[in-house]
Design a protein. Sequence first.
Length: 367
Amino acid sequence: MPQPKLFQPIAIGGRTLANRIVIAPMCMYSAEDGRMTDWHLMHLGALSHSGAAILTIEATAVLPEGRISYADVGLWDDATEAAMDRVLKGVRAWSDMPIAIQLAHAGRKASTAKPWEGGAQIAPDAAHGWQTVSASDLPFAEGENPPLALDRAGLARVRDAFAEAARRAVRLGIDAIQIHAAHGYLLHQFLSPLSNRREDDYGGSLENRMRFPLEVFEAVRDAVPAGHPVTVRISGTDWVEGGWDIAGSIAFSQALEARGCAAIHVSSGGLDRRQQIPVGPGYQVPLARAVRQAVDIPVIAVGLITEPEQAEAIVATGDADMIALARTVLYDPRWPWHAAAKLGASVSAPPQFWRCQPSGLRDLFRK
């Protein structure tokens, strides 16, 4: 009996993954000066036994001022690289799951408190705060300290930082790199006309607004070995009239594909507080479907995908090639096991866990 589509292999760039389940990047707000801690060793170690195809390290800032909060992970110097190396060695000692990393810069949405401390912006002159930057000098929310619009030197510094972080990721043996161009962070701030009011060749037309994110992609692509997968996460729409939309997302995805992008991960929103999001099961899947119909590289859907049958339908119908789990897998870290059991598939599990296989599911764990 053939495996359900969700549990069939797929090629991403030069790498073949065991199934179609991605663990999405999720900020833990538990780093110290950008350095991973034992929290990350426990968190990533647990998820590395989930049975998913690939595990993505949370949004990792390429510069200190690119962190969302003062407790975010970074990869900008030898100290942050060494801390990540320690965690990865601990995970890999007991798991062979491929590991990806999301490289990011928060732009005007940086310098915030942890979510459970309110998540508000922290002023540049306060403890744990700093001056933010963006495409233009427009704040994310009314009353916030406005960002500085990046000049040419600032653009070069950010672009070079993405490339250097990518080189560090390769040195750490990370299997794939995702560039974060979604959720209202810096690269998304360049893409959307709501946040990009520049009058130079990085603003105005769609071509100009895509220019800097594409330059960042090219810099990362050129910094890693040929064939090393570089993917991009986008917001399919701002959910605000006059903002970034699916037509722009398709054009951007096609431009990325032409430059060698290995996959597109389609999320949405995060740029403007006026967003009106029709939240419901699989609410972002239509955005992934629209991109999937316009490109020939794998597309990943995400957002309130919680049931195995729902996930199987998404990939079996071709709405997307893979599905990503975030909060779902935080709530149920063995979701891929349970999905395999429900769909009649088999999944990888460490031998330490083989004896927990239910008696009626003798072929659940691949041995």
